[in-house]
Design a protein around this ligand. Structure first.
Ligand code: MD3
Ligand code: FE
Length: 220
């Protein structure tokens, strides 16, 4: 069975809503992304040597507790003038690093497992959570085409993901995500509110006191 046939049959799919699926252990054990995943962490480290993690500031003037970087054609940034995607890293004045070779096939395979066969991400936002870091409820709506899903990959310490609805005050459910879990957010769930609860204390054998999350997006 080839990679793409394997993806469509991936056994640990858990539906989170219409168009939203959690692929538990997609990158581990029997997961089809295992070989790709083995290079992910070293590739991530190479990216952030060229585009260092930084705590960006929201338009409202708050420094984010999550440290961020990007790779790919476009990167997501926030500062006093707003949220947006841009081709230049404002901290280095250079283009964001290219997407490493291990990233794209993993994003493709996961999107396919989630039912999206023409995912062409041009941006990968890299989040780094330290103990206590969190991401308050928000929607991802700076991308141009909401018909394209977002693929997220969890690396390192576990976290509790909050998955809400189309309004800020819609009920939320809590979903635990751990190392190697991948989620695909598309369809009518694409604009749902979501967030991450404060990261609990811990040490992961591959990432130490951190959780990393990659989100692949078609931004432009
Ligand atoms: C549900 N990151 O970077 S990924 C983000 O774990 C972000 O770092 C979180 O939210 C993290 O914007 C969660 C999961 C995610 C991403 C996009 C979504 C869930 C989503 C879009 C719609 C619905
Ligand atoms: Fe988000």
């Amino acid at each position: 069975m080839d990679l793409f046939a394997a993806c469509e049959n991936f056994a640990f799919q858990e539906s989170l809503g219409p168009g939203a699926v959690l692929l538990r252990k997609f990158c581990q054990g029997q997961g089809v992304g295992q070989d790709l995943f083995s290079h992910l962490l070293s590739d991530l480290i190479a990216v952030v040597e060229n585009a260092p993690f930084r705590h960006m500031v929201t338009p409202g003037g708050f420094e984010m507790s999550v440290a961020m970087s990007n790779c790919g054609e476009l990167g997501w940034v926030t500062d006093s003038s707003g949220y947006r995607y841009q081709a230049i890293d404002p901290q280095t004045g250079r283009a964001w690093p290219a997407m490493p070779e291990s990233f794209m096939p993993l994003a493709h395979a996961a999107a396919l497992a989630g039912g999206f066969d023409k995912f062409t991400p041009d941006a990968c936002l890299i989040n780094r959570y330290e103990i206590g870091s969190r991401l308050t409820l928000h929607q991802d709506k700076n991308e141009r085409d909401f018909a394209q899903p977002i693929v997220s990959v969890s690396i390192g310490l576990p976290a509790v993901f909050l998955f809400g609805g189309l309004e800020r005050n819609s009920p939320t459910r809590k979903v635990q995500v751990t190392h190697g879990d991948v989620a695909v957010w598309g369809g009518t769930s694409r604009l749902n509110y979501h967030g991450i609860l404060p990261l609990k204390d811990g040490l992961h054998d591959q990432t130490g006191p951190y959780r990393y999350n990659l989100t692949f997006r078609k931004a432009g």
